[in-house]
Write a protein that binds this ligand. Structure first.
Ligand code: ADP
Ligand code: MG
Length: 392
């Protein structure tokens, strides 16, 4: 035929080996590249291999959430019923548990754990200032994701935890989320308030005191009371927050933890991935590799005009022309993807890259996840075969 050679496959990460002795796998990367899909696929495959695995997802697409049986409430992993695997024709020797992170609930749980007694706990949880603050803090999701991971790691009894990271603007934000929160609690503003004879009394002196009392009369809301209760009761928890931040950081750098970056093959996400990769290295966080997801591949190269003429007899001129155009477009995209991946490999090393092809359909059920898992965990020989099969 007119076609040339299929592109060579890069040496890939052996994910089965990499995860063999790990307890935590964190999937990071920019939004929309397939983090949730890849996390769930990794968890499913490791469960299939006999592990007790929990995947903590942040924002699963609704259809995927449904097919995993995920419920929004609860904030605890639930086990996916073996019958679901049987229906999807997947053999799973271990257990797959999944949960959708409820950031607000997680933050409350941290307070529950750190509060010295039940009345302090209730006081904080019921406090208006806390409720506002916790929605703001948990809204960023980074702290809560790490925090949940830490608790599950300590108490969940799982062989492996797979964390899908929040779709934040800066995908590395959560790396220093625990520290940022501690800094807030240790910060000057709060310290000033907490000091018994500190500014709080002076500050709430005349003008402010008057304002608060007017507010109270007008609204029935005693904000000053809320404020002082908040600072008094939270003050006792600062040490706990600091301790926790330290422990979460230790978990991030642990030998049992591995970090995978998920990327798509376009120029911009690849640039961001390189940026994250440098940050991981600087923070000494164990880096496992880059999953390049939704890679477009051609089984062969060729001249679209030749393709058109070769197909005209069978398809007619119009249809053959369309097929040839498509072929040409895909060829351009596939070449572009390959170039971007090469550039990435040149920096992170080609033994650190795992390509997953662009599938024809969205991945929204267990069968789809298993298919993705097939690519992620393939041996080099299987990989070449699979790539040839899915190439357009
Ligand atoms: N390899 C793939 N081929 C085709 N569709 C994919 C692939 N990976 C992910 N998708 C789809 O892309 C969309 C975004 O994926 P998702 O995992 O939710 O991304 P993220 O969590 O990074 O925002 C989903 O609809 C998902 O089904
Ligand atoms: Mg996601």
């Amino acid at each position: 035929m007119v076609f040339g050679q299929a592109p060579a496959t890069l040496a890939a990460v052996n994910l089965g080996e990499l995860l063999g002795d790990k307890q935590v796998c964190i999937c990071g990367g920019s939004g929309g590249v397939g983090k949730t899909t890849i996390s769930a696929a990794i968890a499913l495959e490791m469960a299939a291999r006999g592990r007790r695995v929990a995947v903590v997802t942040i924002d699963p697409a609704r259809r995927l959430a449904n097919s995993l049986g995920l419920k929004e409430l609860g904030n605890e992993p639930t086990r996916i019923a073996p019958a679901r695997f049987a229906r999807a024709g997947i053999a799973v020797e271990g257990e797959l548990w999944a949960m959708m992170l409820d950031a607000k609930r997680t933050f409350d749980e941290v307070i529950e754990r750190l509060a010295p007694d039940a009345s302090t706990r209730d006081e904080i949880l019921a406090n208006r200032i806390y409720r506002e603050l916790s929605s703001a803090v948990s809204g960023s999701q980074e702290y809560t994701a790490m925090s949940k991971l830490y608790d599950l790691h300590r108490e969940g009894g799982f062989d492996l935890l797979v964390l899908d990271t929040p779709p934040s603007r800066n995908a590395m934000d959560f790396l220093d989320a625990p520290d940022r929160l501690t800094r807030f609690f240790e910060g000057r503003a709060l310290q000033v308030f907490l000091r018994p004879s500190g500014l709080a009394t002076r500050f709430v002196g005349r003008g402010t005191g008057l304002m608060f009392s007017v507010l109270k009369r007008a609204t029935g809301v005693d904000l000053l009371d809320d404020l002082s209760v908040f600072f008094r009761s939270l003050g006792g928890l600062i040490g706990g927050f600091r301790e926790r931040a330290r422990a979460v950081n230790a978990l991030l750098g642990d030998r049992g933890t591995v970090f995978l970056l998920v990327s798509s093959p376009e120029r911009e996400p690849i640039d961001e991935t390189l940026f994250f990769w440098r940050k991981l290295k600087a923070a000494r966080i164990p880096f496992g590799g880059v999953v390049v997801n939704r890679v477009r591949r051609l089984q062969a190269e060729g001249d679209p005009a030749e393709v058109a003429s070769a197909l005209t007899d069978q398809l007619g001129e119009a249809l053959a022309g369309k097929v040839a155009d498509n072929f040409g477009d895909l060829q351009v995209l596939a070449r572009r993807d390959a170039r971007n991946i090469e550039r990435l490999a040149g920096k992170v090393g080609d033994g650190c890259i795992l390509e997953v092809p662009y599938l024809d359909e969205d991945v929204h059920d267990l069968a789809g996840l298993a298919q993705i898992g097939g690519f992620l965990f393939a041996s080099p020989a299987q990989r070449a075969e699979l790539t040839a099969e899915t190439a357009a």
